[in-house]
Design a protein around this ligand. Structure first.
Ligand code: URA
Length: 432
């Protein structure tokens, strides 16, 4: 019989737990034998007290053991690559990287999550596509990666069910931004889904869970260790999340931007990140090429249309309608105008993410429904010169009232200055 309250008390008081205790707690929670309120209290204790290295390994291991695992590489007879982001605002990178990598003949099988806090989730974005199914059985997943070269799925009841439950709980209990909880959540999914090589996009800055490069390095180090322990090759890229990535923040808007990027018409920062991540994945694959060649092939797949064609095949294979015209559109579009002339000095990514969430693009409680059509497009980015009255951003809303509210929030998120800020690259550091 598990004594959850006792384990919560001990963690609250800063005592380390044994691997067996952590495993028992996590597995009991996944079985439904520990209620949400106790697990939420436990997560809050972890948030304040942290987990040591052994505890983080034990947590990750227990989460993996809560469900089945897939030997993707062995099943396909190929080295399979995967990528994951620690979560950001406007982060639709996987949606573009997957088709590019698959178009370059490298299988890409990925398990993704939903929106967490002010950050969006790949699954929510995909569900803005009419008909798209994020829950495939393991057999369907394998078959699709084999036949289409690409599948992105959610945590089904079978794969890492503990993370599925914990993820939803942490989202609404202010317990997301803990290094160990994030590392265990991400790496349990990556290891269980069976990819051999993984690129981890560790976001840094205002809109990320890791606000400083030092914290991001700590998270990267922990995930590298977890990956190595499980015999996977891992590369971490630390990338800028001080402003939203690309222009679009919000589910269907981000799918539109993904399609534009696959046509070679994406925002510069997003395109750079997508090509860079694709190059890493191709270099890690069994193609036997280096990163430079990987980047050339990724760029060529965009240019010759094979990346877009792969996207369309993938979406259709998972039941979705790949046409851009099929995506939902918000009835209200409101422009956010620059109050003065100047240069965009910063765009508070969290503020934009929260404004999108309040419009309905994310969840405030676990069971909230999402409005896939709403969101924000930040058309002016850091360093851009703007004239007074010029359009900074667009708010896509379900009604006039929420549009006005978001307009005010987005205006506050934009900081204008007399001089352009120093340029900051999208990729800050690579750790392998
Ligand atoms: N992404 C995940 O999958 N889990 C987290 O905890 C944060 C980002």
């Amino acid at each position: 019989m598990i004594h959850a309250a006792e384990l919560i008390r001990r963690k609250r008081d800063g005592e380390p737990l044994s691997s067996d205790e952590l495993a028992e707690l996590v597995l009991a929670y996944a079985r439904g034998d520990v209620p949400d309120y106790q697990m939420a209290a436990f997560c809050m204790a972890v948030y304040f007290r942290g987990l040591n290295g052994n505890e983080t390994f034990a947590l990750t291991d227990a989460m993996i053991r809560s469900g089945e695992t897939i030997e993707l590489g062995a099943a396909l007879g190929r080295k399979v690559v995967d990528k994951h982001s620690t979560g950001g605002v406007g982060d639709k990178t996987s949606l573009a990287v997957g088709p590019i990598v698959a178009a370059c003949q490298v299988p890409f099988g990925k398990m993704s999550g939903r929106g967490l806090g002010h950050t969006g989730g790949t699954l929510d974005k995909l569900e803005s596509i009419p008909g798209f199914r994020v829950e495939l059985t393991t057999d369907e997943f394998l078959q699709q990666v084999r036949e289409v070269g690409l599948a992105i799925i959610g945590q089904s009841a079978n794969l890492v069910p503990a993370d599925k439950l914990l993820y939803g709980l942490r989202d609404v209990t202010a317990t997301v931004d803990n290094v160990s909880l994030i590392a265990a959540s991400i790496m349990s999914k990556k290891i269980a889904a069976g990819a051999d090589a993984i690129v981890l996009d560790v976001k840094v800055g205002d809109g990320a869970f890791m606000k400083t490069v030092e914290d991001a390095r700590e998270l990267a180090g922990m995930m590298l260790e977890l990956g190595r322990h499980a015999g996977r090759e891992v590369v971490c890229v630390l990338t800028d999340m001080d402003q939203p990535l690309g222009y679009a923040v919000g589910n269907a808007l981000e799918i539109r931007e993904t399609i534009a990027t696959l046509k070679g018409e994406g925002p510069p920062d997003f395109t750079e990140l997508v090509l860079g991540a694709s190059a890493h994945l191709l270099a890690l694959s069994d193609l036997g090429i280096d990163e430079e060649e990987g980047r050339d092939r990724a760029a060529a797949a965009v240019q010759d249309g094979t990346a877009l064609a792969t996207y369309e095949r993938w979406i259709a294979a998972q039941g979705g309608d790949p046409r851009e015209a099929a995506l939902p559109m918000a009835p209200e579009v409101r422009q956010v105008l620059a109050p003065t002339k100047g240069f965009v000095r910063s765009i508070g990514a969290t503020a934009v993410g929260m404004a999108a969430l309040r419009l309905g693009a994310g969840r405030q409680t676990k069971d909230d429904a999402i409005d896939h059509a709403v969101g924000i497009r930040c058309l002016m980015k850091r360093g851009d010169a703007v004239a007074a009255g010029e359009v900074l951003a667009e708010v896509h809303a379900c009604d006039d009232e929420s549009a006005k509210q978001a307009e005010a929030e987005v205006l506050v998120a934009y900081e204008l200055a007399d001089e352009a800020p120093a340029a900051r690259p999208i990729v800050l550091e690579t750790i392998a």
